[in-house]
Design a binder for this molecule. Structure first.
Ligand SMILES: Cc1ncc(COP(=O)(O)O)c(C=O)c1O
Length: 426
């Protein structure tokens, strides 16, 4: 176990601006640029044959990537993060770093579809077995741990059903079993949830989402206080060539500067939207931690700091055809396979993010054909609600008619070109 670096910056807000922390941020010396420069160089000069400079080749490390790694580590009072080309590259490196043939993973059943695909379709071929469990029930996680389990992987709030996993309870299970606990914290970011403080060994990020926040840079990160683990993750990154590009790291470092402001404001709007959706008769169900009850509410209130995140999922009455019509009539919310931008985005998980997850498996975790996922942005909240009302009005107008969306596709799920999809049963 490595040591924890004590950050000299007192608040997340200052750390995000590159102030304080450990060596982050541009120099404030006379004539120095306020914004750090991009070091785009692929390679670095040596003074002699035996020299060993900090940076030698940008597949291994690069000063611009290191700057982002320092900020992301400081945000969790951890060691500098390891940054990757994408979130899935980060997950792949983590899995290759801690798993080998014959090992076993316990994974939340409701996680990003790409995580499921990676474990179920790729790692399984390398002899790594995964048991998917309902991670909102800690006893299911405990029961799934085997003698050869090496890793518990959860995502909370989960994608896209927003189920809440008790990180502290999982950490106890992991410690008792002597296995690692990794938490995908992409949806809340370190601003709203601190997995390492709650006992997790590793925080996993797709920085492509809220951390960049502007839909301009792909990236992923592994954050930990365990020096040996990070060294192994970096070695895998060097072997597989999965490091983030300097340009993406630079864009992300600049995006991080407004991360606290963005996610707190987007969370607040999401709460208002979730409340409004829950009052509409055309909406069958709404999923957002602010709407949780009982144990889930208690865990969310304990675990989340100053907001429950910007992602809201909901199901429309009328199923598949209603969902088609709804998204087709939105003018402000944009249909994309993405969350975490400053704009309000809408996704149909069954046909987009979870298209590779077998239907029975996705339906078992609540990803029905009529589920829609909204990533609430920074537009005026009344305008967001007005747009959602426009979509619902279009659904109401079509009720009682046979009007579908005219699609000729045989896909039994909503297609992205909604005007081309057929009316199918949910
Ligand atoms: C929660 C979560 N984790 C991981 C990923 C994978 O990230 P990337 O698209 O950067 O590879 C995503 C992508 O949508 C995600 O939503």
């Amino acid at each position: 176990m490595g040591h924890v670096i004590a950050s000299t910056a007192s608040s997340l807000d200052s750390i995000c601006l590159g102030r304080g922390g450990n060596g982050s941020g541009a120099s404030r010396g006379d004539g120095q640029p306020l914004v750090g420069a991009i070091v785009q160089s692929t390679t670095f000069c040596r003074s002699g044959v035996g020299s060993n400079p900090e940076h030698q080749y940008s597949r291994v490390s690069n000063p611009t990537v290191t700057e982002l790694e320092t900020v992301l580590g400081n945000l969790e009072r951890a060691l500098p993060a390891a940054c990757f080309a994408t979130g899935l590259a980060a997950e792949t490196a983590l899995f290759l770093a801690v798993l080998k043939q014959g090992d076993h993973v316990v994974c939340g059943a409701s996680v990003y579809g790409g995580t499921t695909r990676l474990l179920q379709q790729l790692l399984s071929g390398l002899g790594v077995e995964t048991t998917f469990v309902d991670a909102t029930n800690a006893s299911e996680i405990e029961a799934a741990v085997q003698a050869n389990t090496k890793l518990i992987f959860v995502e909370t709030p989960a994608n896209p059903t927003l189920g809440i996993t008790d990180i502290e309870a999982c950490a106890k299970i992991a410690k008792t079993a002597g296995v690692l606990l990794a938490v995908d914290n992409t949806f809340l970011t370190p601003v709203l949830q601190q997995p390492l403080d709650l006992g997790a060994d590793i925080s996993v990020y797709s920085t492509t989402k809220f951390i960049d926040g502007h839909s301009i840079a792909l990236g992923g990160a592994i954050v930990s206080r365990d020096a040996e683990l990070l060294e192994r993750v970096r070695w895998i990154r060097k072997c597989t060539g999965a490091i983030q590009s300097p340009l993406s790291a630079w864009l992300t470092t600049n995006g991080v500067k407004t991360l606290p402001l963005r996610v707190r404001a987007q969370s607040k709007r999401a709460e208002t939207v979730a409340r409004w959706l829950s009052e509409q008769p055309e909406i069958r169900s709404v999923f957002h931690p602010s709407q949780a009850t009982g144990d889930a509410k208690a865990i969310a209130d304990r675990q989340h700091v100053g907001g429950h995140g910007a992602v809201v999922s909901f199901e429309i009455e009328g199923g598949y055809a209603a969902g088609c019509r709804f998204v087709e009539h939105l003018q402000l919310c944009t249909l994309v396979e993405h969350v975490g931008s400053v704009e309000t985005l809408i996704t149909h998980p069954a046909s987009m993010t979870h298209a590779d997850v077998p239907r029975d498996q996705r339906e078992a975790v609540g990803v029905s054909d009529s589920l829609l996922r909204l990533s609430v942005g920074l537009e005026d909240v009344d305008e967001i609600i007005g747009d959602l009302r426009r979509g619902l009005d279009a659904v109401v107008d079509a009720a009682g008619t046979d009007e579908g969306c005219g699609c000729t596709s045989n896909e039994a799920s909503l297609c992205t070109e909604t005007r081309h999809c057929e009316v199918a049963s949910v």
